[in-house]
Design a protein around this ligand. Structure first.
Ligand code: MTE
Length: 322
């Protein structure tokens, strides 16, 4: 693979191989005079159909791609992104995609609490239909030094923050994954600090890159990737991208996430990607590209410096990169 080292968003969208599939689909939609939602994803190569009976939001996808977010590398093949996963609730190894099918994703509610105008419990299917859906091609860099590039569908996290109406004193957003002992065998491993919890500062959560994914590869997001909704923060290590959200709380206190609680010397709150700051036990200088044998250099903020560097310019004393 030839990796071009330019800012991702300067490159033509055609730099992403699988993108031809997206373009064909868009052209077809245009030619037919139809909104994308009316075009069955199954009618085009590379897209297996979502089962509308199994997922009541299947009709929403595919959604239009936001061309502002571009890649400098090919899109990872769907089979890799959906079979090589981290979801410790289903096991502390990568092959959890089968076990994760036990996740019950309907009915699914999300609570909004803490420093908000009014606490709310909202049904996911109602929520997602109120949100401005789009598709974004994003890089993903795991703290374990592997990476992928995938088409997420979903909406800006800012839209979710606006929906929640936080009070002016709210400084952080804390998110929690469902913790169901019946369906999640990982929860028996009592030394892990369940439920999986992660947080962002309000400034990060409302940064244009912060995204709530509800879809992947033009279909509802699979269970193993965090159905029905998960966080995507492409400039941070992947452990911040908390899956299968059920609770969203606004606070004035910095939360301690799952990994930080487990091993504070190795995982911190900010967790921004930086090739020059090694993990306590390995280098972060380069990364293995999922589905290939290649290693490519890791980029500061995973290549998203122009979008996010300002967030941290006055935080000299903070451990921004662990
Ligand atoms: N969210 C929950 N609830 N549980 C997890 O174990 N793993 C994190 C993150 N979100 C994790 C999680 C890590 S370490 C990574 S790299 C990404 O999910 C992996 O996302 P993917 O499986 O969709 O590639």
């Amino acid at each position: 693979m030839h990796v071009i080292r330019k800012k991702g968003w300067e490159l033509p969208e055609s730099a992403a191989t699988d993108e031809s599939v997206f373009l064909r689909r868009r052209e077809l939609v245009k030619a037919m005079g139809l909104a994308p939602a009316f075009l069955a994803a199954s009618s085009l190569p590379g897209f297996a159909a979502a089962d509308p009976a199994a997922d009541p939001t299947a009709d929403l996808y595919p959604v239009m791609q936001n061309l502002r977010y571009r890649l400098d590398r090919p899109v990872t093949e769907e089979k890799w992104a959906t079979t090589y996963n981290n979801f410790y609730e289903f096991g502390s190894h990568k092959q959890i995609s089968g076990a994760a099918q036990a996740l019950k994703i309907r009915p699914w509610t999300v609570t909004f609490g803490g420093l908000v105008e009014k606490e709310m419990t909202v049904d996911f299917d109602t929520l997602v239909r109120q949100m401005p859906l789009e598709e974004r091609l994003y890089r993903h860099r795991c703290v374990e030094a592997w990476s992928m590039a995938v088409p997420w569908s979903g909406f800006p996290m800012k839209a979710l923050v606006d929906f929640a109406k936080p009070l002016s004193g709210a400084k952080y957003v804390v998110m929690q994954t469902q913790a169901d002992k019946e369906t999640m065998p990982g929860l028996k491993e009592f030394w892990y600090p369940w439920p999986y919890t992660e947080g962002l500062s309000i400034e990060e959560a409302t940064n244009e890159l912060a995204f709530i994914a509800t879809g992947l590869y033009g279909k509802p997001v699979p269970r193993q990737n965090g159905a029905p909704l998960r966080l995507v923060t492409p400039w941070k290590y992947g452990f911040k991208c908390i899956k299968s959200l059920v609770h969203i709380t606004f606070t004035d206190e910095r939360p301690v996430g799952y990994w930080e609680k487990l091993q504070a010397a190795e995982y911190g709150f900010w967790a921004n990607v930086n090739p020059e700051v090694p993990h306590a036990r390995w280098s972060q200088a380069d990364e293995r590209v999922l589905g290939t044998d290649e290693r490519v250099p890791t980029l500061l903020y995973n290549g998203y410096t122009e979008f996010v560097a300002d967030l941290y310019k006055d935080m000299k004393g903070e451990k921004l990169f662990m």
